[in-house]
Design a protein. Sequence first.
Length: 106
Amino acid sequence: MDKKITKLIEQESGIGKLYEGEEFLDSVKYSFSIHQEFIIAEDSSGITEIPSLKELSGSIGPENYKVDMLGKIYFLEIPDGRKFPIVLFSGNPVEGTYGFKRAAVS
């Protein structure tokens, strides 16, 4: 019988850039984790871990915190050049931070 496990594959924090489409909005402090699901398959030749879904989640702290940013799709660019589509799902006006998850974009 196959089972699933989840592993932390990356954690990062730093200063990045937040975009709405191609428009630069703000510099942000970010922190995120990427977890990957693996299917554990066992057969006569042994046990194999098959990579499956990846999940990105974290938080950002824009210099210009705005409550109306929730629920919209943005792009977080980090210093190594990667850009992640994210959706902001919770905000903390006291700390000036948002929680985010990877956004589904076509």
